[in-house]
Design a protein around this ligand. Sequence first.
Ligand SMILES: [Zn+2]
Ligand SMILES: [Zn+2]
Length: 131
Amino acid sequence: MKGTAVMVMLGVLFVFVLGLGVRSIFLAIGTFFEDRTMRKDCAELSRMTEERNEEKRCHDVERLDNGCEHLWGAMIGAFPADACRLCGLEKECPPGECDHIWRIEMAGVPFGYCETCNLRYVKTNLAQPWS
Ligand SMILES: [Zn+2]
Ligand SMILES: [Zn+2]
Protein backbone atom coordinates (compact mmCIF):
# COMPACT_ATOMS: atom_id res chain seq x y z
CA MET A 1 0.00 0.00 0.00
CA LYS A 2 2.79 2.34 0.98
CA GLY A 3 4.69 1.38 -2.16
CA THR A 4 1.69 2.32 -4.35
CA ALA A 5 1.45 5.77 -2.75
CA VAL A 6 5.11 6.36 -3.45
CA MET A 7 4.60 5.14 -7.02
CA VAL A 8 1.67 7.52 -7.51
CA MET A 9 3.67 10.39 -6.08
CA LEU A 10 6.59 9.52 -8.27
CA GLY A 11 4.20 9.27 -11.22
CA VAL A 12 2.75 12.71 -10.48
CA LEU A 13 6.23 14.10 -10.06
CA PHE A 14 7.29 12.45 -13.30
CA VAL A 15 4.35 13.93 -15.23
CA PHE A 16 5.03 17.32 -13.64
CA VAL A 17 8.70 17.23 -14.59
CA LEU A 18 7.81 15.92 -18.03
CA GLY A 19 5.33 18.77 -18.44
CA LEU A 20 7.98 21.29 -17.47
CA GLY A 21 10.45 19.59 -19.75
CA VAL A 22 8.11 19.63 -22.73
CA ARG A 23 7.27 23.25 -22.02
CA SER A 24 10.89 24.27 -21.93
CA ILE A 25 11.61 22.24 -25.03
CA PHE A 26 8.84 24.10 -26.87
CA LEU A 27 10.14 27.39 -25.54
CA ALA A 28 13.64 26.48 -26.63
CA ILE A 29 12.41 25.53 -30.09
CA GLY A 30 10.48 28.79 -30.32
CA THR A 31 13.51 30.80 -29.27
CA PHE A 32 15.68 28.85 -31.65
CA PHE A 33 13.49 29.63 -34.64
CA GLU A 34 13.06 33.23 -33.59
CA ASP A 35 16.83 33.53 -33.22
CA ARG A 36 17.38 31.94 -36.57
CA THR A 37 14.96 34.29 -38.28
CA MET A 38 16.54 37.27 -36.58
CA ARG A 39 20.04 36.10 -37.40
CA LYS A 40 18.98 35.56 -40.99
CA ASP A 41 17.57 39.07 -41.14
CA CYS A 42 20.75 40.50 -39.65
CA ALA A 43 22.92 38.52 -42.03
CA GLU A 44 20.79 39.63 -44.95
CA LEU A 45 21.01 43.24 -43.86
CA SER A 46 24.78 43.24 -43.35
CA ARG A 47 25.25 41.40 -46.63
CA MET A 48 23.23 44.05 -48.44
CA THR A 49 25.20 46.83 -46.75
CA GLU A 50 28.46 45.12 -47.60
CA GLU A 51 27.38 44.70 -51.20
CA ARG A 52 26.44 48.33 -51.43
CA ASN A 53 29.76 49.43 -49.92
CA GLU A 54 31.60 47.09 -52.20
CA GLU A 55 29.76 48.46 -55.21
CA LYS A 56 30.52 52.02 -54.25
CA ARG A 57 34.15 51.34 -53.39
CA CYS A 58 34.78 49.56 -56.69
CA HIS A 59 33.12 52.40 -58.48
CA ASP A 60 35.29 54.95 -56.66
CA VAL A 61 38.46 52.98 -57.30
CA GLU A 62 37.64 52.80 -61.00
CA ARG A 63 36.79 56.44 -61.41
CA LEU A 64 39.84 57.57 -59.45
CA ASP A 65 42.11 55.39 -61.56
CA ASN A 66 42.62 58.03 -64.19
CA GLY A 67 46.39 58.28 -64.15
CA CYS A 68 46.39 61.25 -61.81
CA GLU A 69 48.42 61.17 -58.62
CA HIS A 70 45.61 62.77 -56.72
CA LEU A 71 46.39 65.55 -54.35
CA TRP A 72 43.57 65.91 -51.88
CA GLY A 73 42.88 68.88 -49.74
CA ALA A 74 41.84 72.35 -50.65
CA MET A 75 44.47 74.99 -51.18
CA ILE A 76 41.91 77.73 -50.73
CA GLY A 77 38.37 77.86 -49.45
CA ALA A 78 36.92 78.26 -52.93
CA PHE A 79 37.80 74.67 -53.79
CA PRO A 80 36.04 71.58 -52.40
CA ALA A 81 38.15 70.07 -49.63
CA ASP A 82 37.63 66.51 -50.85
CA ALA A 83 38.44 67.20 -54.48
CA CYS A 84 41.76 66.54 -56.16
CA ARG A 85 43.75 69.70 -56.82
CA LEU A 86 45.21 68.24 -59.99
CA CYS A 87 42.39 66.53 -61.85
CA GLY A 88 39.41 67.99 -59.99
CA LEU A 89 37.74 64.70 -59.14
CA GLU A 90 36.07 64.33 -55.78
CA LYS A 91 37.44 61.64 -53.50
CA GLU A 92 34.03 60.01 -53.30
CA CYS A 93 31.40 59.88 -55.96
CA PRO A 94 29.24 62.94 -55.31
CA PRO A 95 25.47 62.53 -55.10
CA GLY A 96 23.51 63.54 -58.15
CA GLU A 97 23.91 63.18 -61.88
CA CYS A 98 27.29 64.82 -62.35
CA ASP A 99 30.63 63.42 -61.23
CA HIS A 100 32.03 66.88 -60.85
CA ILE A 101 35.41 67.88 -62.21
CA TRP A 102 36.36 70.87 -60.12
CA ARG A 103 38.33 73.72 -61.56
CA ILE A 104 39.34 76.95 -59.95
CA GLU A 105 38.74 80.32 -61.49
CA MET A 106 41.36 82.74 -60.26
CA ALA A 107 39.99 85.85 -61.90
CA GLY A 108 38.94 88.33 -59.26
CA VAL A 109 37.60 86.48 -56.23
CA PRO A 110 38.65 82.86 -56.75
CA PHE A 111 35.87 80.36 -57.00
CA GLY A 112 35.58 76.71 -57.79
CA TYR A 113 33.30 75.42 -60.50
CA CYS A 114 32.55 72.13 -62.16
CA GLU A 115 33.90 71.77 -65.66
CA THR A 116 31.12 69.39 -66.63
CA CYS A 117 27.92 70.84 -65.21
CA ASN A 118 29.12 74.37 -64.47
CA LEU A 119 28.04 74.10 -60.86
CA ARG A 120 29.68 76.76 -58.77
CA TYR A 121 31.24 75.62 -55.54
CA VAL A 122 29.88 77.38 -52.50
CA LYS A 123 31.59 76.81 -49.22
CA THR A 124 28.66 76.37 -46.91
CA ASN A 125 30.44 76.70 -43.58
CA LEU A 126 32.29 79.84 -44.56
CA ALA A 127 32.32 82.39 -41.79
CA GLN A 128 31.14 85.77 -42.94
CA PRO A 129 32.42 88.30 -40.43
CA TRP A 130 31.41 91.26 -42.58
CA SER A 131 27.70 90.50 -42.72
ZN1 LIG B 1 43.53 63.79 -59.29
ZN1 LIG C 1 29.41 68.75 -62.18
